[in-house]
Design a protein around this ligand. Structure first.
Ligand SMILES: [Zn+2]
Ligand SMILES: [Zn+2]
Length: 333
């Protein structure tokens, strides 16, 4: 899940000793709602609001970058291509560096303060002697962004040169446009579960690996690179083998199947680019709070998905994350 203003404010509140660091900024009574009220809110509203940063990157790209690149995109040219790449790399370094600064940087006050108590694994995986971990993660994350920027250029060229149908006026098909846009976050989770599950052993590993297990082969040669980040941080999320990047970003290839607005593609693409930051930061609330995926990195054969669409409960691979009691949490109760 992407980080957002709620996480920044929550971390700052925790750091400055305010007791309301876990209180939502807008829906303040959420904690007192019934189970079904919470579920309805999570599936109808929160699952979209939680990706406001990803959507902002897509929207800015549509309103700012498209007007200065798309008119020339019918032919490959360094000028418009470099603008697309620069925009993507700027988002990478802004979003990833900022969250790394908030949660790990020595120059930041937060990781040295009470936030440290929220860390799933108390050992700092980026201590000086382990800088190579960070370097590896930054390198492969950048390769991911370069690939997704290239995919964006290919789609822009396909649309602009008339090779692929699309529509330009979002509100010309209001219901369809909104339906696809709201569907992106669910599609991303569905897609992520299956491509991720595909790259872990297909059969139970309790009695050892089966001969010819394609998942085990893919894990060994491709996905294991992502799992080198056993205790993940913000830069771990997109730290993948380029083959995994290729499969991962196919979530944004749906314009090949039907005519849609470029914003639909951009939202899916930036969702895939940015959402892994909070989901891997290695901290409980008020930071990313992704204990579910942290357990996947710690124990491998569990929690393959993201719990909005609960395939793990369905297929028996769900592992419950038990929150450790914290002094700060006790103060808030
Ligand atoms: Zn995995
Ligand atoms: Zn991961």
């Amino acid at each position: 899940m992407t980080f957002g203003i709620r996480n920044i404010v929550g971390i700052h509140r925790l750091h400055t000793g305010q007791k309301n660091h876990l209180t939502p900024l807008v829906f303040k009574t959420y904690g007192q709602w019934s189970y079904w009220q919470k579920k309805a809110f999570d599936y109808l509203i929160w699952c979209h609001l939680a990706h406001a940063l990803d959507f902002s990157a897509a929207l800015l790209c549509w309103f700012w970058i498209f007007p200065i690149t798309f008119p020339e995109a019918n032919e490959w040219h360094i000028k418009w291509v470099s603008r697309v790449f620069l925009y993507n790399l700027a988002w990478e370094f802004m979003a990833y560096s900022f969250w790394h600064w908030m949660t790990y940087a020595r120059a930041s006050p937060y990781p040295q303060g009470p936030l440290h108590e929220k860390k799933f694994n108390p050992i700092n995986q980026y201590e000086e002697k382990n800088q190579h971990h960070l370097l590896r993660e930054i390198t492969f994350t950048t390769l991911g962004w370069l690939q997704s920027a290239f995919v964006q250029c290919v789609f822009m060229w396909l649309w602009a040169s008339g090779r692929l149908p699309y529509y330009n006026d979002f509100w010309s098909r209001p219901f369809f446009s909104i339906f696809i846009l709201l569907g992106v976050t669910f599609w991303r989770e569905f897609h992520f579960y299956w491509i991720h599950r595909f790259m872990h052993p297909w059969w139970s590993v309790q009695n050892g690996l089966r001969q010819g297990d394609i998942g085990a082969f893919l894990y060994r040669h491709v996905h294991s690179l992502h799992h080198k980040s056993r205790s993940p941080g913000p830069w771990s999320g997109l730290s993948m083998h380029p083959i995994e990047h290729f499969v991962y970003y196919t979530c944004a290839y749906f314009p090949l199947l039907f005519s849609c607005h470029p914003l639909h593609f951009l939202y899916a693409k930036f969702h895939a680019d940015i959402a892994p930051i909070g989901g891997h930061d290695g901290y409980d609330d008020p930071a990313g709070g992704a204990g579910f995926h942290y357990l996947h990195h710690a124990f491998f054969e569990c929690n393959y998905g993201v719990p909005l669409i609960d395939f793990d409960r369905l297929f028996g691979t769900y592992k419950e994350f038990v929150k450790k009691p914290s002094i700060n949490d006790k103060q808030t109760n």
